[in-house]
Design a protein around this ligand. Sequence first.
Ligand code: NAI
Length: 776
Amino acid sequence: MSVKEIFETMDYGDALESAAEALRWLMDNGDRFGHFIGGKMTEPGEVFEARNPATGEVLAHLTQANEADVEAAVAAARKAQGKWAKDSKARARVLYALARLVQKHARLFAVLETLDNGKPIRESRDIDVALVARHFYYHAGMAQLMDAELPDREALGVCGQIIPWNFPLLMLAWKVAPAIAMGNTVVLKPAEYTSLTALLFAQICQEAGVPKGVVNIVTGDGAVGEMIVTHPDVDKIAFTGSTAVGRRIREATAGSGKSLTLELGGKSPYIVFEDADIDSAIEGLVDAIFFNQGQVCCAGSRLLVQEGIAEDFHKRLVARMSKLRIGNPLDKCIDVGAIVDPVQLDRIQNLVAKGGPEGTVHQPVKAPEGCYYPPTLISDLAPSSLLMQEEIFGPVLASTTFRTPAEAVQVANNTRYGLAASVWTENVNLALDIAPKLVAGVVWVNGSNIFDAAAGFGGVRESGYGREGGWEGLMAYTKPKGKATAVKPAKAHVKPDDIEVLGLDRTAKLYIGGKQARPDSGYSQAVYSPKGKLLGHSSIASRKDIRNAVEAAQKAGGWTKATAHNRAQVLYFVGENLSARADEFATRIRDMTGTTEAKAQAEVTGAIDTLFTYAAWCDKLDGAAKPVPMRGVALAMNEAVGVIGAFCDDRPLGGLIDVIAPTIAMGNRVVAVASEAYPLTATDFYQVLDTSDVPAGVVNILTGPHGDLAKTMAGHLDVDAVWSFSSAEISGGIERESAGNLKRTWVNNGQTREYPARDWLAQATEVKTIWVPYGE
Ligand code: NAI
């Protein structure tokens, strides 16, 4: 098009970014790549093609890793880890060098990313690569500060990291930067569609002086991911990708002792109230759902618009969509680029063909031939419609309406996911009333898709667990210092032949919803002292009792809304009432376990101390206001996890209080299963609870065989987390069953260690990041 023609039509001219440098870089590498292992590129092996989705052209040939490659990468990472973990200041220098080199090669990274993934160059240049550099800078700082600020924490070891194709380099940075900053070494697998920027990053590692073996990159498909996941010498798996694969990884790692964080899918609501700044909300939607062709895990893919403005809003939205430019991603004026691969395009087309007829489809601009999908709005859907529920992962916005703020919250939370949400209103009271009610890890007030290294990112529910970014993100790559020791489960004392008969049968019941309840099974078990004295009977809880206890806990949601001050009062009161009966409890502990009087007394004193400690913590686990580099502040708010099921260790009282105190201090409700061998102290504790103003359902206590109960607890869809300090055998089962609704788990896998209060508190809370406009 000539300049004259451009002036006449006022249409956009071409503004193509040159691909020459990036193509030259590919050719310089002979267009065939091996893996990056032990600081060197390996020879290419069996290869597959990397294509440019915008043109279908083959860009390079990449090696499909085999078992030996993964073995070599893990071995290199293991070898490098000890030395790398020693000097955090040296690590800081290396991370800083990486940040600088990402900036130096920013243009090459951006063009290569766009060629490989199909995203508009405007985005890869201004968003992806800029955030990558920011992530390395931020974590260079974390490495620098680690000794001073995290003196009690250390690296996990070798981390396997599996990332998706939607933000190839950015996801690499989110994974690699915090891991290596904390002294871990990594084996990373990029997605098979988009591995090129990871391979360029490998070169940058060489330039930056990353010691060999600290970063290893192997390419290939899901089978390679599986090899990493199941490798016995990998200590942690960090995964970002689909919920289905996340679930498989949860199952595959169950019982292995590997740490796991999952950042999975989403179906994030975008809520527009009638008093919103409509033009801004529409511009925000362009960022929410058309950014990266909607291939964003936290895309605002469900529009909820208040009924009174819905018609006008949709009309204006369609008008705005009609101005979006879709086409060659290397064109700097393009808003919507290519879909990553024909497979994904097919998936989008099929979903829209299936669910579209439930609503009204608006596609004001046409997509060019090839791997493109036009910006799409589907209005008039019901909250339960297929497209309101399924993650499409394309530029498709599903829309419905609501009448009241309460209804908005209800519809917003009507999803199995919980990654992000946007709230649009000019009323600060309304925004900050709604934000805590949304079940999501991230909430943007009058914004969308805003990210920063200082602000935690991650989900709840089936969107996964763990946070990336901020101090909270470091939890995923560190553990408390100190050795773990093997758990030795206690054995219940057995019935002697010449049993001493007590006059009165005392069968302790279960404690559910603030009341003593008979077990559904009708069975109980005798509890003997080491010398064979019958001490009493405890109930054998079954599946139905777990269900009743969880239901009672669910109903006690008022506790989560109680003020931290009120929760502290209740915990202090429990501690006080326990101390009034300390001798009685110590006697019981001694009778059941056969321990010394002094040790029994010490256990009771320790339990009282734990109650006072977490009473103290109730109103002191501060959130944070993150200094993000934009006109806003990211608030990190600690929220209760919800209903936590917990299997106690064999300290009859200490084990019970260890799980009750931190959970309820943070506003959770708990279903605690007492020590299997020594259950009676827990049943004595009911009376302490009854006299301490603990609302019904906040603490529920069951007794019975952990093995049988663990499966039901971990599989229950209304349980949000399961902890286990019981025997190793139940850990794996809990992790496996938890895959159903991807609940959080914290299990010992047969290893016990002293956890500082901060760890208990972190397990009892979720960080919600709330982005609020702030400042100039
Ligand atoms: P995916 O979850 O299959 O792939 C993500 C990564 O996991 C890739 O590196 C892949 O090679 C690897 N992987 C696949 N199977 C594995 C296994 N069994 N063990 C270990 N690693 C494995 O995602 P895919 O197939 O590329 O996309 C399918 C759908 O997933 C998309 O349509 C979208 O809905 C969703 N998705 C969500 C993402 C998110 O960030 N939430 C990212 C990518 C996809």
